[in-house]
Design a protein around this ligand. Sequence first.
Ligand code: 5RP
Length: 226
Amino acid sequence: MNSKQQAGMAAANLVQNGMGVGLGTGSTVFFALERLAERQKTENLKFFGVSTSFSTTLLCRKMGIELKDCGAVSHLDLAIDGADEIDPNLNLIKGRGAAHLLEKIVASLAGKFIVVADSSKKVKNLGEKFPVPLEILPSALGLAEAKIKGLGGVLEVRMAGASKDGPVISDSGNIIADAKFGLIKEPEILCKELDCIPGLAGHGLFVNLAKEAFIAGEAGVEHISL
Ligand code: 5RP
């Protein structure tokens, strides 16, 4: 069993009958979904999920996991999601898969937000390996570029590559970009600054949201609870 599978399964084992569960996006969450689908069959586990992306919605349909619309829900018992970087306080960079806007809404709905990852995602300071993903209303692209520059960052629109000409467009129809800030020593401050940019629909800095994590490596699964 690989590390992502161990981490995803550990979090899926926390789901109990009757829960509403936020279902993140990515290759680690895939294993949580697989385990939840298995528990539905073997233990008759009953729960509903709220999906964070078209990608996860398609997987849930295939696996027979019942979903509710995010906008129809005001509270979830827990949410399970991956991360691109994790600092010692469980602050995160998310959004490699361009799902960070909905992922943050779903994480904020949850009583407990649980991160699942392999140990390669651990960093001392956010920004070590990944830029901060952004989701920008098309009409606010110029403003966002200027504001990010004012914060000492460099914004680059994320291009779709071979599958589409032009930028990556989010599930909500906005432009995905990435902002490089170098090492982020004060994530709370940067997070608040980004929250204030008009037309910036979302960003991938998740500060003070995760309180628990399953991080798997060669030595097994590390369970962190703040
Ligand atoms: C998608 C995300 C993912 O959760 C993050 O990129 C981790 O993905 P993976 O588990 O595949 O490494 O933020 O927007």
